[in-house]
Design a protein around this ligand. Structure first.
Ligand code: 5GP
Ligand code: ZN
Length: 115
């Protein structure tokens, strides 16, 4: 399912998106347009889910798949051993900007403490 006026649904629905790092029948991975680390990827489920607030027991398989794909992407980028961070923003106070669930994968430099 895709939703109008959603930038990530537009990317998912675009068969010739310029730079999908990876895609399968459940997720797409793209480079963040405004990277905060040398490696900054977004793991985005194909299904439109507004945020983690819309996730329940029925979404356990897709949530698990997002993490498995994230680790696979980190390994491909050579970041598994050096380390990386996965971030999932939920709602206003987190700074969530795009209301389509996604996981950030950041790596390639020493990441500062969270806060
Ligand atoms: P959020 O704050 O919602 O967790 O993160 C949204 C992320 O999406 C931001 O890091 C932002 O730079 C990125 N972003 C926003 N629009 C686009 C876009 O059109 N393409 C890509 N690849 N990333 C985007
Ligand atoms: Zn969407």
């Amino acid at each position: 399912m895709t939703t109008r006026d959603c930038v990530f649904c537009d990317i998912i629905g675009d068969p010739v998106h310029p730079a999908p790092i990876y895609r399968d029948d459940r997720v797409i991975v793209v480079k963040d347009i405004n990277p905060k680390a040398p490696i900054h990827l977004l793991i985005i489920p194909n299904m439109h889910l507004g945020s983690l607030a819309y996730v329940g027991p029925g979404q356990v398989p897709i949530m698990g798949h997002m993490f498995v794909v994230a680790e696979e992407m980190a390994r491909r980028e050579g970041a598994t051993l050096s380390g990386y961070r996965l971030t999932l923003n939920q709602g206003q106070d987190s700074g969530q900007e795009i209301e389509h669930l996604h996981l950030h994968l950041m790596a390639g430099r020493k990441l500062s403490a969270m806060g």
